[in-house]
Design a protein. Structure first.
Length: 163
């Protein structure tokens, strides 16, 4: 998709995030001197073309008090991982869940985990209790798991223009 001057201005106006107001597209439109409907239409075109992959809220879990963030990793029976993964992903305390291939050891230990679910809590005990609920859901299809706790806050950013 070729970008015109308006597209570049729209990306520049939204690359730091949408304004936290009741009508964000109208607010961006006001900054650019266009109706909010045009902002929605152009963003929809960018989504459809693949220039923008998604528009979504990215909460800062730390600012909300969720300081014990852990990626739970699970060794789940391959024949059942898709169905069980859908159930895990639907849990209210799981922010995102996905399947990844296992890795055979090249130099070092094997990585047996094929299901990943991000958990957020105010304490590690709270996250551990969430993992216990997942373990109960997975039942005998689960052969092992671990929780990899976050050690740094990574800044999440959207589409950026460089020129």
């Amino acid at each position: 998709m070729a970008l015109d001057d308006f597209d570049r201005a729209l990306i520049a106006a939204t690359q730091g995030g949408l304004p936290l107001v009741a009508r964000p597209y109208e607010a961006v439109g006001a900054m650019l001197g266009v109706p909010g409907e045009l902002v929605r239409e152009r963003l929809a075109t960018m989504l459809a073309s693949g220039l923008v992959r998604r528009i979504g809220a990215v909460p800062n879990h730390y600012r909300l008090g969720y300081v014990a963030n852990g990626m739970s990793v699970w060794d789940v029976d391959d024949a059942r991982v898709d169905a069980l993964g859908a159930e895990v992903g639907a849990l209210t305390f799981v922010s995102h869940c996905y399947r990844r291939p296992r890795h055979a050891p090249a130099h070092g230990p094997a990585w047996p985990y094929n299901l990943f679910a991000m958990l957020h809590g105010r304490t590690r005990g709270e996250v551990g209790a969430q993992a216990d609920r997942i373990a109960a859901l997975l039942g005998d299809a689960c052969r092992g798991h671990d929780i990899l706790y976050s050690s740094a806050i990574l800044k999440k950013t959207g589409l950026r223009l460089t020129d």
